[in-house]
Structures are given as structure tokens and as C-alpha cells.
Write a protein that binds this ligand. Structure first.
Ligand code: FRU
Length: 616
């Protein structure tokens, strides 16, 4: 109270001098002092756990400097509300308990006068609170996909499996639902369905924001942080991008930043280090995205701290229409053989097959230092895509997954419109986790398969529809989808069609919105048309048709389709096809219908599973 009294006195004194430069307001333990057209101090006069910051989703960014007992602690950026408060985000005040806390706020655009600056909606809406309500407010929030409780999320990071726990970190903005303040958020799961949310593990520091990277268990204590320490490598993104290290000795719940950071610097933009222990060469490998050069760099290290550049791969190869980001490199057995191949994941943005972001991959060999991609019969390196939807990006795998599994997860969005999708409390979910495999197709080429991770079978609840045979013709045949839980479900079917046929599978709702999937038997493709799927007008890039090769050649296609409020993921039963697309229907899809464009086709073993209520 003493502090407020003093501020008020000063303001009166200044007003008396014929100036209104300083204004003060007291709002339950918070006082606001306008110093100028773009500079305001928020003074916290009572201790609470949180200060709730009023955010306008598309507002201008302000820099918030936290000053405790006169010392600058850290700063971040927030779109403080100008004309309306869309939501609030919590600033955790516990680290400053017992100290005088002042937020020194610099707005990005000066208002013409202090009086004008004072009108901004935010100043009346800073609130002290001991709790922050994270209950879901979004009708499009998926029920069985990983989402952050609030705020923006992009790439999955630092994924490691340890002691039965799947750790999933992610690019997170704790202060708003658009990209900023990159921090590693942290969630864990024991079944890849239910996610627990924890405190973030890496916060922006003196070297910059915390961009994407990977974690692995240092089983041999090669770095000297202790046996089985989890070591994380990530990009420190400040004025330049450099690679840094942090480690955890408590199983991945808190990390210590290595004082010798950065551990790798280059003169050009490089990011998203992905490392693994190479049992064959008995050293560490790291792949780094040389983003603007559109290539990947390969390093080796004995101890995770000292790295030697060994080779590079990618210049002029594969899709080159965007920056190369988020690599991953792993070896997999080829299905049905005793052969093994190396897979290099190489996320690219833009330049995906349907615009914007996508995951391309290369299959070949890796000798511990150099990756060599396989060529086709004409000596070319084909461009291959891991998922043929528009919303699968930054896919990388868990290290140390059990039973030799290679399990991946991807950010389920696209940089073209991720910041505009119709949600506010949070933005972006991750895809369902998938287990990777390699298969050889009839063209003699190796391809990557993606099957839903086996844990997801536990999602299956009541069988809402079960039909051994459904004959379809040119007239539409319709079946109701489960209505509980906004119609979230898994649909399974074996399509049996003939030459010259197209089979149409349509999901529709009561307001005539629809998604049309077309199996083109001759073209050996499956397409997904979301041009009339619901809300599409938030971006001109959203309405689209995506097309995948089926990699089946006998007029048969067996599918698993997962619908989760705002996402549809389609898998061929052996993972030869994966397609992930977002949809924002105004009302849940309530009907699935089938028809074909000539003769007859069959849908066999059609099953519609409701998703278990308790899997939410
Ligand atoms: C990919 C990416 C990464 C970077 C991160 C920043 O989506 O651009 O290359 O590390 O996002 O959030």
C-alpha cells in the first residue's frame, strides 16, 4: 500500500505541474503507471501465484520486462489487449516471491498521446490470481490427441522414452496462441493416449529462444553428467542460430543448461539438432538442418559436447522449394526380409506437395559419417513424402523407444495457416503417434510405412456399426456415425473395387458440410477434398484436395480413419499410406456414405468404433 500511496502522490504532484505524463490506477494489488506513449510500468503490490495477462489474439506485440528488486529477470513478448481481451495467460510470480516486482512494458507501436495509450483494454485487466483455469473452452480441441493446455504449440521436441514414460516436449508459447517466446513445454504419457502436463523444461535464456531439438539417454555417461542422464540438444535462437546442450538427472522433468554453450556454431542458419548413439561406430551422431542451404549436416562426437562435421547431404536433391528443418535419422528392418535400411526424415517448409509444410524422406545407407540415398532405375533420387495430408509437419521420433520401435509424432498443422485456425485457448495439436517401418514396393523402391501406434487400439469403445459386406453402386449408401462425444470415432473398412472405378467415401453433417475421399483404382490414389468441410475461410490456403499413392495394386484398399473433432487421419492398414488433414465442421460429421461411379464395388468388414469415453 505504501508503494501505491507514493505513486498516487507523484501523479498528483505532476498533474499539479500541468502535465499528465504519469497516471496511476490501482486494481487489486496491481498499479499501472503510464510513462509515455509506449512505455508503461505494472507494479505488483501483493503476492499471488499468478498475474493474468490480458491478450488480444491478433494484437500488436509488446515486450514485457520482468524487474524484481530492481534487477531485470527476463523478458518476453505478449500481444497485450488493445481493443478487447480474447483470453488471459498466466505469468508465474512464484520465482519472485518476497521481491518487489515491476513489469516494464514497451509497446511496439507508440500511441499518439499518453491519453490514447491509456485507453488500451489491457491496463484495466491485469489480475492477480492464485489459480489459472485450464479447463477446455474449445469445441475443436481434439479428445485423444496431444494438445497444450493453452498457448501456441509447434514442433515436437526432445522426445525420449525412459522408465515406461514417453516424454514429449514441444515448441511452446506460454504467453499467447501465436508463435513467440519459444520454450520447451513438457508432457508425459505411459500409453501414448493420455498426456500429463508438466512445467516447461527449457525457457529462453541469454543465448536466445529455445528452438527445436532432440533428447537421448546417455547410457555410458559419455558426457559426464551421470549414468543415464537425459541429454537435450537444441537450437539457441538469438541474433544467430547455434546449438546448445542441457541435461536432466531427474528423468526428464527438469534440465540444467550446460555452461559451455553453445556447443556448435556455424556462420549460416542451422537448427534442430537430432542426435543418437550409434552402436555400430560407438560414437554419437548428430544431424543438423542447414536450413537455407537446403541440406542436412552430419556430425560425430565422443561426448555430446565436441562435434566434428563429417558430411552433408541434400543440395539439389529432393524437394527444394523451402527451408530444410527438423531432421531425423534411423535404421529400420525392411518388412518381410532380413535387410535393414536407413531413413532420413527431412521436414520442409514451404514446398510440400499441397503447399506449405510437409515431411519428405530419403531411404539409403549410413556408414556413421555419410548418408547415401538409394537411386531408382534411372539413377534418380525420388522425392518421397511421409504423409500425404496438409497437416503433418516436423515429424521426428522418440529415442530409446521400447522393443526396437521407431515411434514418431508430428505437429498437426501447416505454417501456411497454423496461426489463423479457429481456436483461441490453444493452437495446434500433435498427430497420433505412429510406428515406422520400411517396405519394398513392386517398383523395387523402398518406402516408409506409418501405422497408428498399437497403444491406440485401446481407444476403441462400443462398436457403433459392424457390417461384413456392403455392396455399393452409383446411388449413395449412408450410415450414421456415433453421436456421443461429437462423433469422435475410428472407422475401419476393406474396399474391394474393380478397374476403371472410383469409390467415393463422404463424411457429412446436418449443415451440409462434407469431406469427400476418393479411391481412384486405376490411378492407385486416395484423395481427400476438404473444400466444403466446414470453416475454411480463415486462410485461402486451407481449402484443398490432397492426394496419396495407395501403394496397393489390386483394386483393394483397407483403411483406418480416425476422426477427432478437427482432424481426420487416414492410414492404409499396413501403413503404406498416411494422410492427415484438419477440418473445422460447424457441426460434427454425422453420416458416412459410399458410392462408386460405375458398376459395383464392395466395402467389407466395415466397423465404426466409438472412442472410449474415458480416453479423453
Ligand atoms: C520448424 C521450425 C524449426 C524451428 C522451430 C521454431 O517448424 O521452424 O526449424 O526450430 O520451428 O519454433
Amino acid at each position: 500500500m505504501k508503494r501505491i500511496a507514493k505513486v498516487l502522490c507523484m501523479s498528483i504532484a505532476l498533474a499539479g505541474m500541468g502535465t499528465s505524463l504519469l497516471q496511476a490506477q490501482d486494481r487489486k494489488g496491481v498499479s499501472v503507471e503510464h510513462l509515455g506513449t509506449n512505455n508503461t510500468l505494472i507494479r505488483i503490490n501483493e503476492h499471488s501465484k499468478y498475474l493474468l495477462l490480458p491478450i488480444q489474439d491478433n494484437g500488436e506485440e509488446a515486450t514485457v520486462n520482468i524487474v524484481a528488486n530492481g534487477k531485470q529477470e527476463r523478458s518476453f513478448s505478449a500481444r497485450l489487449a488493445k481493443t478487447r481481451v480474447d483470453y488471459t495467460v498466466p505469468l508465474d510470480l512464484t520465482p519472485y516471491k518476497g521481491k518487489e516486482v515491476v513489469l516494464n512494458i514497451i509497446s511496439s507501436q507508440s500511441r499518439a498521446t499518453v491519453r490514447e495509450a491509456q485507453q488500451d483494454a489491457c491496463w484495466r485487466n491485469f489480475v492477480l490470481a492464485d489459480t489459472f483455469n485450464t479447463a477446455n473452452r474449445e469445441k475443436f480441441r481434439p479428445a485423444f490427441h496431444h494438445t497444450p493446455l493453452y498457448g501456441w504449440m509447434n514442433d515436437p521436441n526432445g522426445m525420449v522414452y525412459k522408465d515406461g514414460v514417453w516424454h514429449l516436449c514441444y515448441q511452446w508459447n506460454p504467453y499467447g496462441s501465436k508463435w513467440q517466446n519459444m520454450t520447451w513445454g513438457h508432457s508425459t504419457s505411459t500409453d501414448l493416449i493420455h498426456w500429463q502436463h508438466h512445467n516447461p523444461v527449457l525457457l529462453p535464456d541469454g543465448l536466445g529462444a529455445i528452438f527445436s531439438g532432440s533428447s537421448a539417454i546417455d547410457h555410458n555417461n559419455s558426457a559426464g553428467f551421470g549414468n543415464d542422464a537425459i541429454v537435450a540438444l537444441y537450437t539457441s535462437a538469438g541474433a544467430s542460430q547455434m546449438q546448445s546442450l542441457a541435461y536432466s538427472t531427474d528423468g526428464g522433468y527438469s534440465f540444467t543448461t550446460y555452461p559451455g554453450n553453445p556447443i556448435v556454431t556455424l556462420e549460416t542458419e542451422a537448427r534442430d539438432p537430432n542426435m543418437f548413439w550409434n552402436e555400430q561406430t560407438k560414437q554419437w551422431n548428430m544431424v543438423l538442418a542447414h536450413a537455407l542451404e537446403k541440406e542436412m549436416l552430419f556430425f560425430t562426437s565422443p561426448d555430446l559436447k565436441n562435434w566434428t562435421l563429417q558430411s552433408r547431404f541434400g543440395k539439389g536433391i529432393g524437394a527444394q522449394d523451402g527451408v530444410w528443418e527438423c531432421p531425423d535419422l534411423f535404421e529400420l528392418p525392411v518388412s518381410g526380409t532380413d535387410e535393414k535400411k536407413w531413413v532420413l526424415l527431412c521436414n520442409i517448409n514451404p514446398g510440400g506437395p499441397f503447399g506449405g509444410s510437409a515431411t519428405q524422406y530419403f531411404i539409403g545407407d549410413f556408414d556413421g559419417k555419410k548418408f547415401t540415398a538409394d537411386t531408382d532405375a534411372n539413377g534418380n533420387i525420388a522425392t518421397k513424402w511421409m504423409d500425404y495430408g496438409k497437416d503433418h509437419y516436423a515429424s521426428v521420433s522418440w529415442s530409446d523407444a521400447p522393443n526396437g520401435r521407431r515411434t514418431t509424432i508430428a505437429w498437426m498443422s501447416n505454417w501456411q495457416y497454423a496461426a489463423e485456425v479457429p481456436t483461441l485457448q490453444y493452437r495446434s495439436a500433435n498427430t497420433l503417434p505412429r510406428d515406422m517401418g520400411v517396405f519394398k514396393d513392386t517398383d523395387g523402391q523402398y518406402y516408409l510405412s506409418s501405422t497408428p501406434s498399437p497403444e491406440l487400439d485401446a481407444l476403441r469403445g462400443k462398436l457403433a456399426h459392424d457390417q461384413r459386406k456392403l455392396a455399393i453402386g452409383t446411388k449413395e449408401n449412408s450410415i450414421a456415425l456415433p453421436s456421443s462425444n461429437d462423433g469422435i470415432c475410428e472407422i475401419v473398412m476393406d474396399i474391394d473395387a474393380r478397374k476403371n472405378q472410383k469409390v467415393y467415401i463422404t463424411l457429412s453433417n446436418k449443415v451440409k458440410e462434407k469431406v469427400v475421399m476418393t479411391y481412384d483404382v486405376d490411378g492407385e490414389t486416395l484423395s481427400f477434398d476438404r473444400t466444403q468441410s466446414g470453416i475454411i475461410n480463415f486462410s485461402q490456403d486451407f481449402a484443398s484436395v490432397t492426394v496419396a499413392p495407395t501403394h496397393t495394386h489390386d483394386g483393394k484398399l483397407s483403411l483406418r480413419i480416425f476422426i477427432d473433432r478437427s482432424s481426420i487421419e487416414i492410414f492404409e492398414k499396413d501403413g503404406r499410406l498416411a494422410m492427415t488433414n484438419l477440418v473445422f465442421p460447424n457441426s460434427p460429421y454425422s453420416v458416412i456414405s459410399f458410392k462408386c461411379d460405375g458398376g459395383k464395388a464392395k466395402i467389407n468388414n466395415l466397423k465404426v468404433y466409438s472412442i472410449n469415453e474415458n480416453s479423453k
